[in-house]
Design a binder for this molecule. Structure first.
Ligand code: ZN
Length: 157
């Protein structure tokens, strides 16, 4: 497990890069189910390989180990832990933010992959690698079936 703190946003964006392409790749297939489940039920679903017993999040359409098609959905819960995090001090146009935004890669127990999302209800000095967090969802009426239906992840302790 990597414990280094990534301070350069570009490095973090590059590191989970294959994850982002997975999002795009699976959006019409596994992704559709994934996001509709967030919208309807506030649940995070992973895709499980029956042969390898590996659970992937975000869900994929086939297993990276044995290339079997993934058909089984598992509820991975809404609680994970901070695997790594980084702070953004400027917005996408380079304008300085009033408050830095903290982005983290959230990992879930016994799940391969993870979600990159914002951290909330916590000040940067209190954030640490391995910190347990849980997803905070928007009210159901405001959910649109995308990753922003999760407002952020907040510490559970
Ligand atoms: Zn497999």
């Amino acid at each position: 497990m990597a414990t280094e703190k990534i301070t350069d946003v570009r490095r973090m964006l590059h590191w989970p890069g294959h994850m982002e392409t997975d999002y795009i790749y699976t959006l019409g297939l596994a992704g559709e189910k994934f996001f509709s489940e967030i919208k309807q039920n506030g649940r995070l679903l992973g895709a499980k390989c029956k042969r390898c017993r590996v659970v992937y999040l975000p869900p994929r359409i086939y297993c990276e180990r044995c290339f079997d098609k993934l058909g089984e959905w598992v509820n991975v819960g809404t609680k994970g832990s901070v695997y790594t995090f980084t702070m953004a001090y400027v917005d996408i146009n380079g304008a300085k933010l009033k408050e830095p935004i903290v982005y983290a890669l959230i990992k879930f127990r016994d799940v391969e992959g993870g979600l990159v999302h914002k951290l909330g209800e916590v000040k940067p000095p209190e954030i640490r690698i391995g910190m347990p967090v849980e997803a905070v969802f928007k009210p159901q009426a405001e959910r649109k079936g995308d990753i922003n239906d999760i407002k952020y992840f907040k510490p559970t302790e």
